[in-house]
Design a binder for this molecule. Structure first.
Ligand code: ADP
Ligand code: MG
Length: 243
């Protein structure tokens, strides 16, 4: 369970997050939605302890993330842009991560195999295509079987077959009862993967609830349309009751 209270983040004079209050419950899959530059990546990095909030509180399973790090063992993260040491070979990268996380009981190497990454294990990271690096990021996010997963634009830059592999994996992890928080600009992907939506606009949460509710209240049956309608009109003040 993640609870966020009045989270604010400024970069110099730019107020990116202006008081985010929201809860992410276990066993649910959230689509984190917002226009470009609305602070989705910043928000995720705050929850991971990678960006220091200006003010506000983030609790993960009751533990304040500020000045703590143990909770990070519960999290997996697929960054929007994965950066890796240029000269490290892919195999060394996975070995290094396993070494850092010696305590992990077992590793989940399903994606390494599904993406066929072993054939690249002796390749240096800087020689890989962007898509292959994305696959590495995805495989690393799931490697230690964490109960909480943050996936920032997970399908961006992947070929269609790899997109399907990753979606299968996400749905599989969802069924296992993990808490997933996913951003994407591909609304159809989110519609398939998530059941909850958190919409950020102008630095605050404009909507938090089920995707079903969002569709019902906007009268749209596609997530993309429902979001667009909500962002331009909000919910109607009253709506006709279903007969
Ligand atoms: P999103 O992921 O929703 O597209 P981001 O969280 O990446 O948005 O960025 C939100 C805003 O914060 C953008 O205007 C971006 O330029 C700015 N920003 C993000 N990180 C930094 C940083 N380290 N320093 C200064 N500005 C930043
Ligand atoms: Mg982003």
């Amino acid at each position: 369970m993640i609870s966020v209270h009045q989270l604010k983040k400024n970069f110099a004079r730019l107020e990116v997050l202006r008081g985010i209050t929201v809860a992410f419950e276990p066993r649910k899959t959230y689509a984190l939605i917002g226009p470009n530059g609305s602070g989705k990546t910043t928000f995720i990095k705050c929850m991971l302890g990678m960006v220091l909030p200006t003010s506000g509180k983030i609790l993960i399973d009751g533990e304040d993330v500020r000045n703590h790090w143990r909770y990070r063992e519960k999290t997996g993260y697929m960054p929007q842009i994965g950066r890796y040491p240029d000269n490290m070979r892919m195999g060394q990268l996975f070995d290094m991560m396993r070494n850092i996380r010696k305590g992990a009981a077992h590793t989940d190497e399903e994606l390494i195999d599904a993406f066929g990454l072993r054939q690249f294990f002796d390749k240096r990271m800087h020689t890989l295509s962007g898509g292959t690096r994305q696959k590495v990021s995805a495989a690393l996010a799931f490697l230690f079987n964490p109960p909480i997963l943050f996936l920032d634009e997970p399908t961006a830059g992947l070929d269609p077959i790899s997109v399907e592999i990753l979606k299968e994996k996400i749905l599989h992890e969802r069924l296992k009862g993990k808490l997933l928080i996913i951003t994407s600009h591909i609304m159809n992907d989110l519609d398939e993967l998530a059941t909850e939506a958190v919409l950020i606009q102008d630095g605050v949460v404009r909507f938090s609830g089920t995707i079903g509710l969002l569709k019902e209240q906007t009268g749209e049956n596609r997530l993309g349309k429902a979001i667009a309608r909500f962002m331009s009109h909000g919910f109607p003040v009253s709506h006709p009751q279903q007969p």
